[in-house]
Write a protein that binds this ligand. Structure first.
Ligand SMILES: CSC[C@@H](O)[C@@H](O)C(=O)COP(=O)(O)O
Ligand SMILES: [Zn+2]
Length: 204
């Protein structure tokens, strides 16, 4: 994996995500920032574990315009939202793992609290298992512009870090580059699995 070529790094991340089983049946979408105006995002409907360079489309961050005229991810608006809100975001990964799907339904509140786990330190800036990491959960919607507007509204008073969950749908996470987004994805997936197992055992 080389950050000298962000698209190659993203492609490698997509193949790794496919091997992990976190994007079954064409679920998920991934993007990388290309300067201040554009990002490259997966074409809609592709198997994200089997992508090639040709499966990424250039999208204008401010308008969601696709110069090629091809069809980008149905969830492009959530990627461009993150690039618009935070200039430091360099890559966005959206996955559909079983753990993120189930946990976001079991947790009925607007946020999943992660506390007591050493692996919280896989998230940028986290220094102790004693701190609380809150991953917001937004209700799923097929109206992506409306969902993006809801998340943007939330972010005005609660700056977003690492990722958010969409209930019954999956995780959207990001980083300053592909390597950091990948680390956040792996760290969060580990934490989700721990939290789900803990809740199952404690319920017995
Ligand atoms: C397998 S259907 C999943 C889609 O509805 C969507 O949630 C998704 O993540 C993939 O959509 P895509 O348009 O391929 O980026
Ligand atoms: Zn999705």
């Amino acid at each position: 994996m080389t950050e000298n070529n962000p698209l190659h790094a993203l492609l490698a991340a997509c193949h790794w995500i496919g091997e992990k089983g976190w994007c079954p049946a064409t679920g998920g979408n991934m993007s990388v920032r290309e300067g201040s105006e554009y990002c490259l995002i997966t074409e809609s409907g592709k198997d994200k574990g089997q992508l090639t360079e040709n499966d990424f489309l250039r999208v204008e961050i401010a308008t969601n315009h696709v110069p090629s005229g091809r069809t980008p991810s149905a969830e492009t608006g959530l990627h461009t939202l993150m690039y618009n809100l935070y200039p430091q975001v360099g890559a966005v990964l959206h996955t559909h793992s079983v753990n993120s799907t189930v946990l976001s339904r079991i947790e009925r509140s607007a946020g999943l609290v992660l506390q007591g786990y050493e692996m919280q330190k896989s998230l940028a800036g986290q220094r102790s298992h004693l701190d609380k990491v809150i991953i917001p959960i937004f209700d799923n919607s097929q109206d992506i512009p409306a969902l993006a507007a809801e998340i943007a509204q939330w972010a005005q008073s609660h700056p977003l870090h690492y990722g958010f969950l969409i209930r019954g749908h999956g995780l959207t996470c990001w980083g300053k580059n592909v390597a950091e987004a990948r680390r956040h994805l792996e760290g969060l997936e580990f934490l989700f699995q721990c939290e789900l197992q803990l809740r199952l055992l404690e319920a017995k």
